[in-house]
Design a protein around this ligand. Structure first.
Ligand SMILES: NC(=O)c1ccc[n+]([C@@H]2O[C@H](COP(=O)([O-])OP(=O)(O)OC[C@H]3O[C@@H](n4cnc5c(N)ncnc54)[C@H](O)[C@@H]3O)[C@@H](O)[C@H]2O)c1
Length: 393
């Protein structure tokens, strides 16, 4: 495999942006990828000015159209290897669709886009152009998430009966959008965020965690989207009861008004033989609960390849942890793992080799679409006072 450093173009990231920063750090963590170009801001002057003053060399563009269109004219070896989209939700579809049309792989932030129709178009385009497409569901990148997926899918805990997946925050407990907080302002505006506020923003993470761990779909939903902060245009409290594709049941919850909760993403998967519990605020460990037995806590970095209970663990999973247990991995490492897995697919793509992009190590465009279908059905159900609504799978 070539050891050339992959060139990444970033769309968004200027003007005090949030998630572009963890992405940049994660991209540069392995030394095999580098952000080399960016359209940092919707205002061309600000975009160019910020690029010129960026902490590392960066080719600035006045717009993402300029950044993308230039690619077609460049010799293949000078083109960007992939683009990263870290803009608000309403600026996901257009650059993502255009990049795919140009044959450029895309890593896009979640939620995938604004509507199910847009999601369908992105799935169709990525399929037609055979371009790797990742969706940045960060928490899939924790080693413990990958181990949880392996444990549950190996059948060790029996059939899944019940899943409780929740993402609880407290930062929007007041009307922060009335201040100049950029992140709060677009997240509470349906024109920029989409049909659901809290559900689209973090409920999609809770859903993705459920789907990734169990391999199950939520086939129908009974939902309540509520806004507790007076005058807010979108839900800040999102509660969805769901039927699972294996006949089990699930609760997917998200809230942004629960004081004191920071990024409290948690999942409990209850099988017929045992349960698994994971919390992102303690992302290095997962706990297995078995009837009549002591709780088993597994820490990243000190899981034996065969501890007599878990059985043989896949070699690629055992090779993944890079630092000993107790030297904590967290958010940035999870993002780095997504980019690392995506990089492998991108390299294969440009070398004309088969690539996976199958959702087994990071979310792909179909997973992004599943998030949009879930939101769509949840909004419809809530509008009908919680009536059961089928999810478009
Ligand atoms: N995966 C996660 O854990 C996670 C966490 C936070 C945010 N997100 C997602 O990341 C995205 C960005 O969220 P954020 O909180 O960083 O938002 P933000 O408001 O902090 O940053 C948005 C950035 O997009 C830029 N931008 C807006 N329109 C643009 C355009 N037309 N061209 C170029 N740049 C443009 C802004 O200048 C800014 O740099 C959202 O979709 C959000 O849902 C994901």
């Amino acid at each position: 495999m070539s050891n050339k450093v992959l060139k990444i173009g970033m769309i968004g990231g200027g003007g005090g942006a949030f998630i572009a920063q963890p992405h940049q750090r994660a991209i540069h963590m392995d030394g095999t990828r580098r952000v080399v170009a960016a359209a940092l801001h919707p205002d061309p002057k600000i975009a160019m000015n910020e690029a010129a003053n960026w902490p590392y060399p960066l080719k600035g563009y006045g717009s993402y159209d300029q950044l993308l269109n230039e690619q077609a004219d460049l010799p293949k070896e000078e083109r960007l290897d992939y683009v990263l989209i870290v803009t608000p939700n309403f600026v996901h579809f257009d650059p993502a669709f255009k990049a795919v049309q140009l044959g450029i792989p895309v890593m896009c932030e979640k939620p995938l886009c604004m509507t199910l129709d847009e999601a369908d178009q992105l799935v169709a385009a990525a399929r037609e152009k055979k371009v790797p497409f990742g969706v940045a569901h960060t928490y899939l990148g924790h080693w413990t998430t990958l181990l949880s997926r392996h444990i549950i899918r190996s059948g060790l805990l029996g059939d899944v009966r019940w899943v409780d997946s929740s993402y609880i925050q407290g930062w929007l407990a007041t009307k922060l959008e009335d201040s100049d907080n950029m992140q709060a302002s677009w997240r509470t505006n349906p024109k920029a965020a989409g049909k659901s506020g809290c559900g689209g923003d973090i409920g999609t993470h809770a859903l993705m965690q459920l789907r990734f761990l169990t391999g199950l779909e939520i086939t129908s939903v009974s939902a309540r989207l509520e806004n507790f902060v007076p005058g807010r245009m979108l839900d800040d409290h999102f509660t969805v009861y769901g039927k699972l594709s294996n006949g089990g049941k699930a609760l997917v919850r998200a809230s942004q008004i629960c004081h004191g909760h920071k990024n409290d993403l948690a999942i409990e998967v209850v099988g017929t033989k045992g349960s698994l519990v994971w919390r992102q605020e303690e992302p290095e460990a997962l706990t297995i609960l078995l009837p009549g037995q002591p709780d088993r806590k597994y820490w990243r970095g000190c899981v034996a390849a065969n501890d007599g209970f878990l059985g043989d663990l896949p070699a690629w999973l055992m090779a993944e942890p890079k630092i000993p247990s107790g030297h904590g991995e967290a958010f940035h490492d999870a993002y780095a793992r997504l980019h690392r897995f995506f990089e492998a697919d991108v390299r294969a793509y440009w070398e004309g080799k088969p690539f996976k992009n199958d959702g087994s190590t990071y979310a792909n465009v179909s997973d992004g679409r599943a998030g949009m279908a879930f939101i769509d059905a949840s909004v419809t159900s809530s509008d009908q006072d919680g009536a059961w609504v089928n999810v478009s799978l």
